[in-house]
Design a protein around this ligand. Structure first.
Ligand code: GLN
Ligand code: ZN
Length: 763
């Protein structure tokens, strides 16, 4: 047998289990249905099974320490003793209970903040660095998992840690000037962890520094070099693989010459930049290159011929014994395995690759390098054929849609009249009072509603009975909204499970699987739809529900749609055409829906874009294009309406400053944004940029069950009116109300309407 030169590796494996066993175990523990020991045992079984599975799939370097009870950033914080003081009570709690308290809050202390992990839909817990906390090593977590794999399975695994640089960059609670001194206290602790791992026999240790894929400053770079010099001085023996992902590294030569033994690069989401840099600068002879060649962010099987070409380019610069083949990032971001999906049609199933199938591809490519391309020729051919015939499938294609997208290639979608003029037309048409009151769309989805939907989906309830039930709820809430005194009503979204899934199920070109879950935050998983074909609207999606609601009242009822960027960002998307092409197809389908609504007498239409901000590329030089395309798609969805038709949009975040121009360019007549928790900061943004269109800064926080009183909302409105004109201001909560109860919602909205009335009187 030939000596094995190139090594296969994985960066991280999904935690959730093939059938979400992880989620179920955690939630049973939280509900006190199982004991802590039972939870620990159950998750150990799952973890070991997943390690064994990776081994069976032919992976040489199997990651450990990527497993988590909640989130890997929180794991790192706790390991280094960053436990916010509010969680250190005198009450006797287990280590694990305190850990969950930080993530989820408890009766006395609010949870740590949660935010998106780079440009993904995974959320991490933001580490809090408090004054006077001396970092300390509370446990060597990766060592624990390393020894477990060795003792129980005989696997010499690769421990994974989140690197000190990225960790501190993601943390909050310190001043910029303190960054360096914090690093200085943290690095010796990392060194201790690494020494212990090295002593225990770890062959490779992976340190994740995804922050290296963002734009670094000169100071960052200098500090980074110091950190890894220190690490190298502290444990020169350990073999460290510095792992980057999600983008190219900007300072290729600086990064590849850091004093570590291996560098991991993403060759999928780098737009060819990493490969170009490799060609230009070469690669140090004394280091290993861990090449991310299989897409860890999407669900398609690889075009192995193209991958092989990439591999050949890489091999022209690094020798085979310098090479590791691996996914582009942790497989946390894709579902576990396609083998559970028994109901999917064969052609689609044949071209899908979830975590396990991606590991198979890695192992195949590694075999190809080690045994010669011939050895894998047949497999490569077969996969290429599968993919080709899938992309050729006629039912994926819709020539009408393609032709229609084509007609837009040199046109700019715009409304008939500029905002200032259509504003007058709309004012005459709707005759709304000053400071109109409304909500964001969804109303309480009670257990009764969820159960009815689930019965209907399982075929236990007839479509007619279900429809009548939804109508009854809508009618009940139209009455309630009138009684509360809101000016613009909504139908309540009772028929919707999820704001993307609902539309995906009605549009052509989307597939839904049964087990294709990915972790979003904590135990919460999402099942993104898969856009595999041309997107087309076969028939109206929302008209029946809205016109029914409108028939019950003289007040305007807003139509309610999810926008093209959000549908795109929250799906797994085909890769045979450009992302912008797909977005335009979705936008055109929505454009038709908007026109259906208008034809049926609905003249206020909200198109939600809560995911616009999260899709912002990590690299500054790509942001303009992304935002331009987002604006285009939004306008393509919404511009073909009459002047009196008022387009609304909603976004769920308050870091607004950097994209406020873009938001204005969407040309929506009214925007509502989440602002209740950061009113002060947001208003400052408006002092700098004068926004001229209708705007509702959420006047209360719907994420808490607390009922806000009239006075506080009155203050909040008054404060906003110091900067915004009363003629442009709308009064609304800061997001949809589906997670809230009926009583609290009614009481909160009554107070909100009263607050608006009081401020209105003073104008
Ligand atoms: N219209 C949606 C709702 O109210 C908006 C949800 C969101 O912003 N994420 O539920
Ligand atoms: Zn929202």
């Amino acid at each position: 047998m030939k000596r094995k030169k190139t090594i296969s590796s994985n960066i991280g494996y999904p935690r959730i289990g093939e059938k979400r066993e992880w989620k179920k175990a955690l939630e049973s523990f939280w509900k006190e249905e199982i004991t802590e020991n039972a939870l620990i045992e159950e998750l150990e079984t799952l973890r070991l099974k997943d390690l064994q599975k990776q081994k069976n799939l032919g992976i040489d370097l199997i990651p450990v320490g990527d497993f988590s009870y909640y989130d890997h950033v929180l794991d790192t914080a706790v390991m280094f003793g960053f436990i916010p003081r509010r969680f250190l009570t005198s009450e006797k709690k287990s280590h694990l209970q305190t850990y969950f308290d930080i993530a989820r809050g408890n009766k006395d202390a609010i949870a740590s903040e949660m935010t998106k992990w780079f440009n993904t839909n995974y959320h991490y817990i933001v580490p809090e660095i408090e004054e006077d906390t001396e970092p300390q090593l509370t446990e060597n977590r990766p060592l624990h998992y390393y020894l477990e794999a060795k003792e129980k399975l005989g696997i010499n695994a690769k421990p994974v840690l989140l690197g000190p640089f990225t960790f501190l960059k993601l943390a909050k609670g310190y001043e910029q000037e303190e960054f360096k001194s914090l690093l200085d206290t943290l690095v010796p602790l990392y060194i201790q962890v690494l020494q212990e791992l090295d002593n225990a026999g770890a062959e490779w240790i992976q340190i994740d520094e995804p922050i290296l894929s963002t734009n670094l400053t000169e100071t960052d770079l200098k500090q980074l070099k110091e950190v890894y010099q220190q690490v190298n001085n502290g444990c020169p023996e350990a073999k460290i693989l510095l792992q980057t992902y999600f983008e190219a590294v900007d300072h290729f030569e600086d990064i590849t010459s850091l004093p570590v033994q291996g560098i991991g690069l993403d060759f999928i989401h780098d737009d060819g930049v990493n490969l170009a840099s490799l060609k230009k600068f070469g690669f140090p002879k004394n280091k290993i290159l861990a090449a991310g060649l299989i897409n860890g962010r999407n669900v398609w099987r690889s075009d192995l011929k193209a991958t092989w070409n990439q591999l050949e380019t890489i091999r022209s610069k690094v020798s085979d014994d310098q090479l590791i083949i691996q996914p582009s990032c942790s497989l946390l971001h894709v579902p576990v395995t396609t083998s559970s999906e028994e109901e999917v049609e064969a052609p689609l199933k044949g071209v899908l690759a979830f975590a396990d199938q991606k590991l198979e591809e890695i192992s195949l490519l590694t075999n190809g390098v080690n045994n010669g391309r011939k050895y894998i020729d047949a497999d490569v051919e077969k996969q290429t054929k599968n993919l080709e015939s899938f992309w050729e499938l006629s039912h994926r294609r819709n020539t009408e849609v393609q032709a229609e997208v084509e007609t837009w290639h040199d046109k700019e979608p715009t409304r008939n009249l500029p905002f200032a003029e259509r504003q007058k037309v709309q004012q005459d048409y709707f005759n709304l009072p000053l400071l109109p009151t409304t909500t964001i769309g969804s109303l309480p989805q009670t257990n009764e509603i969820r159960q009815a939907r689930s019965r209907y989906r399982k075929g236990l309830q007839s479509p007619e009975t279900y429809e009548d039930f939804i109508k009854a709820k809508t009618s009940e809430w139209i009455d309630r909204q009138e009684e509360i005194g809101l000016d613009v009503l909504v139908h309540g979204e009772f028929e919707r499970n999820d704001m993307v899934e609902y539309f995906g199920e009605k549009l052509d070109g989307f597939a839904f699987l049964n087990y294709a879950w990915v972790q979003s935050y904590g135990s919460r998983c999402v099942k993104p739809p898969i856009i595999y074909g041309d997107v087309h609207l076969p028939e109206p999606m929302t008209v029946n529900e809205i016109i029914y609601a409108q028939s019950l009242t003289d007040k305007p009822v807003k139509g309610m749609l999810t926008g093209p960027i959000t549908i795109f960002n929250w799906s797994f998307v085909r890769e045979d055409i450009s992302p912008f092409e797909v977005t335009k197809q979705i936008a055109l389908a929505l454009n038709k829906e908007v026109q259906h609504l208008e034809k049926n007498g609905i003249h206020m239409i909200q198109v939600d874009e809560p995911a616009l901000r999260e899709g912002l590329p990590l690299k500054k030089n790509k942001q303009t294009q992304y935002l331009d395309e987002a604006v285009y798609a939004f306008k393509l969805s919404t511009s073909a309406v009459k002047n009196e038709t008022q387009v609304h949009t909603h976004m769920c975040y308050s870091e607004f400053g950097d994209i406020i121009h873009t938001i204005s360019r969407l040309d929506a007549d009214v925007i509502s944004i989440e602002a209740a928790r950061s009113h002060g900061e947001l208003i400052a943004d408006f002092e700098i940029f004068s926004y001229d269109k209708g705007i509702g800064l959420g006047v209360y926080d719907i994420h808490s069950p607390r009922i806000p009183n009239v006075e506080e909302m009155e203050k909040s409105i008054t404060r906003a009116l110091r900067v915004l004109d009363p003629h442009q201001f709308w009064v609304n909560p800061d997001c949809g109300l589906k997670t809230r109860g009926i009583e609290e919602t009614t009481a909160s909205l009554k107070n909100m309407v009263e607050a608006a009335r009081l401020v209105r009187e003073k104008q």
